[in-house]
Design a protein around this ligand. Structure first.
Ligand SMILES: Nc1ncnc2c1ncn2[C@@H]1O[C@H](COP(=O)(O)OP(=O)(O)OP(=O)(O)O)[C@@H](O)[C@H]1O
Ligand SMILES: [Mg+2]
Length: 438
């Protein structure tokens, strides 16, 4: 097989002539002076590999993941050890600047072979959405650094999701994280709601730093470490224990900063430092991938979808009223299409007789059975406006401002006694883990 190659860099003349003199197994089909030109050429399907001879700093994880999704492997030349490590971590094959053309051709062939293996495996495990995914998912077998990270991973990832209409995702995520911390787990709460981040505000922090966006930036550059992540997370001390908060973007127009490929790395690193990672995710599951795939446009809901794909468990929360219940039923169907492998626990929130009738739990469970989703309702969280308002006003969690409330006890119950009966996996068998196992 003759491998079509695109080169980028100002010092590429020797490189190109060296490769051309070999007369195979690679052919230089285009020389580019800009990375954007390289991208455009790769998008037209011109090449299987790109060789970056200088300016390697311009290579980021999201760019490399894009090229990977287009079937293009990247080999970059550098003599700096640190840069070679960084490149390796974002999925680039590094090689010495003065590499012999024959060796370079060998490195290109190996990279392309590795890429072929990866796409084969990816196609076999991905669903119709993520199969088109232009950014590399976690545990991509071809990315050595991510592989290593996957092996090191210890923490469990729980995503708290729910449909539109403020069903209580943030309240549940924050208090779940607090209960886990109080029970002795190290916890990192990640606010990945790209429409309306609010975990910091709920916890009474004036945090405009958007720690998650900062972490994504470093991840994209391939330099995110556990230590760096810890410095970007705020320590939140509650009466029960301390948790770490990676605050979110408070302006919805900053959503492009939460690139899925970078977010994968952030979650991976978070799971190395915390026993449990709780993510507050946005409501919207719509995928614009088919549109964006050919245009390199980022996906509006890429962050939400990536978090849900990577979570060990998704807690789906719905509001217990005539609008919230059907929305959750429809939302679960969308979730199944978008993330078929998710393991889901359904939680009904704001349960009260004024919205669901007398014996609200019975009414809700009967209504739920009539709608017929596969997932039973695992928990009913009572409405307690007084406790929630007091928590918001004081910037405290429920265990501090309403420790004996039924709402707090119900959330604590979710942590301690998960109900395996109602936990359902769309596509794989439930891992049946309790939150506190790790
Ligand atoms: N069980 C409950 N009882 C009473 N009020 C509640 C309950 N759960 C949540 N709330 C209140 O409902 C409002 C919305 O909750 P929350 O912010 O957690 O929702 P959300 O799903 O994260 O919404 P958003 O779409 O804004 O992200 C808040 O004022 C919160 O205090
Ligand atoms: Mg919220």
């Amino acid at each position: 097989m003759n491998i079509p190659v695109i080169t980028y860099g100002t010092s590429q003349d020797n490189l190109v002539s060296g490769l051309e003199r070999l007369h195979g197994p690679v052919t230089v089909v285009r020389r580019c002076a800009e990375l954007t030109e390289l991208l455009a050429a790769c998008q037209s399907g011109l090449a299987r590999a790109a060789v970056v001879s200088d300016g390697t700093e311009g290579l980021t994880a999201s760019l490399v993941a894009r090229l990977d999704a287009l079937g293009v492997s990247v080999v970059a030349l550098t003599d700096e050890h640190g840069e070679a490590e960084r490149l390796g971590a974002i999925g680039v094959v590094p090689a010495a600047a003065g590499i012999d053309p024959g060796d370079l051709a060998g490195a290109i062939s190996d990279a392309v072979r590795g890429q072929g293996d990866r796409s084969g495996r990816r196609a076999s495990v991905h669903n119709e959405f993520s199969g088109l995914d232009a950014e590399a998912p976690r545990n991509n077998p071809g990315l050595p650094a991510q592989d290593a990270a996957a092996e090191e991973r210890v923490g469990k990832v729980i995503a708290v999701w729910g449909p539109a209409g403020a069903p209580g995702r943030t309240l549940l995520a924050v208090n779940l994280a607090a209960e886990l911390a109080a029970a002795g787990s190290s916890v990192m709460l990640v606010d990945a709601d790209s429409y309306g981040a609010s975990a910091a505000a709920v916890l009474g922090l004036l945090d405009e730093a958007a720690g998650l966006a900062q972490a994504c930036r470093l991840a994209d550059q391939g330099v995110l470490t556990v230590d760096a992540l810890r410095t970007m997370a705020a320590d939140v001390h509650t009466k029960g224990g301390t948790l770490q908060l990676l605050s979110g973007i408070t302006r919805a127009d900053r959503w492009t900063e939460l690139r899925p490929s970078a977010l994968s790395t952030v979650l991976e690193v978070a799971a190395q430092t915390a026993q449990v990672v709780v993510i507050d995710v946005g409501f919207c599951l719509e995928s614009d991938e088919e549109l964006s795939f050919d245009t390199l446009a980022p996906r509006r809901n890429g962050a939400t979808l990536r978090c849900l794909e990577l979570a060990d468990e998704v807690i789906a929360v719905g509001a217990a009223d005539a609008i919230g219940v059907p929305r959750l039923v429809r939302g679960l169907a969308e979730l199944e299409t978008a993330v078929p492998n998710a393991t889901v626990r359904v939680v009904m929130n704001k349960v009260r007789s004024s919205s669901a009738g007398r014996s609200p739990r019975r009414q809700l469970s009967e209504a739920w059975e009539r709608f017929g989703p596969a997932h039973g309702i695992e928990a009913y969280l009572p409405a307690d406006f007084e406790a929630c308002d007091a928590a918001l006003l004081s910037g405290q969690v429920l265990s501090e401002c309403a420790p004996d409330s039924a709402l707090r006890r119900a959330i604590a119950g979710l942590v301690c006694a998960p109900n395996h009966e109602n936990r359902r996996s769309f596509g794989r068998s439930s891992r049946a883990l309790t939150f506190l196992k790790r």
